[in-house]
Design a protein around this ligand. Structure first.
Ligand SMILES: [Mg+2]
Length: 227
């Protein structure tokens, strides 16, 4: 094996650098919603916290989670209940699935030469989501903050992924691929990992020495990692 590649999930495997809140807000606006992003994002963060308290969240799949999160966000917005949740869910889900289907060829190729894992700030149900999306077979370990009890940028979540991969990580190159500089890239670089930051070219790195490489779409990773 040539090394280990850790992936963020939201905004990395399911979209080229666009966060869930940004994509949900675009769908909400397209459905006629009028609240600006700042208001929407507060409601979205509250919905994240509410999701963690939903009984049975640990077994919720991707589509059901997108639907539930939409309901929780819309209930917190003044115009939320007047809009078509179905349309917002369908837009979000269709876009995510299209990007994931595109990324599967990359993951299949990388899997032959690298051990792959996911390191994600999630709600304890990342494994059922990856299974529903036909992604689970590519990964040897999944570190879901909702299960591990540590949230990126906490280095414990990264270490949990490496420990789950078993021994032999010492000496092998380890890459972290993610869209959030402060949560994914900076802590991984501090742990000595190589870093691939998925971000628009206009986004400026807050640290001149980081990342190792920049990506505008995940598929560019194929040029960075030799097979
Ligand atoms: Mg992300």
């Amino acid at each position: 094996m040539r090394g280990v590649v850790l992936f963020d999930f939201g905004g990395t495997l399911d979209a080229d650098g666009a966060r869930w809140s940004v994509r949900f807000h675009a769908g909400y606006t397209a459905a006629g919603g009028r609240e600006p992003f700042a208001v929407f994002e507060d409601a979205f963060r509250a919905s994240d916290r509410a999701l963690l308290r939903v009984p049975g969240i640990g077994s919720l799949g991707f589509r059901a989670m997108v639907d539930l999160q939409s309901a929780l966000v819309l209930a917190r917005l003044p115009d939320g209940l007047t809009l078509s949740r179905e349309r917002i869910v369908e837009d979000f889900h269709a876009h995510a699935v299209a990007v994931i289907r595109r990324n599967q060829a990359l993951l299949a190729r990388l899997q032959r030469s690298y051990r792959l894992a996911v390191v994600s700030n999630f709600t304890g149900n990342l494994v059922p989501c990856l299974e529903e999306l036909d992604l689970m077979s590519y990964f040897s370990a999944v570190a879901d903050s909702g299960r591990v009890g540590a949230t990126k940028p906490d280095p414990r979540l990264f270490r949990h992924a490496l420990e789950s991969l078993g021994g032999g990580v010492n000496g092998e190159p380890v890459w972290m691929v993610g869209d959030n500089f402060e949560a994914d890239i900076r802590p991984a670089a501090s742990l000595g990992m190589q870093t691939a930051w998925l971000a628009p070219p206009v986004a400026r790195s807050p640290d001149a020495n980081v990342p190792t490489v920049r990506l505008t779409t995940l598929t560019e990773l194929a040029e960075v990692l030799p097979s």
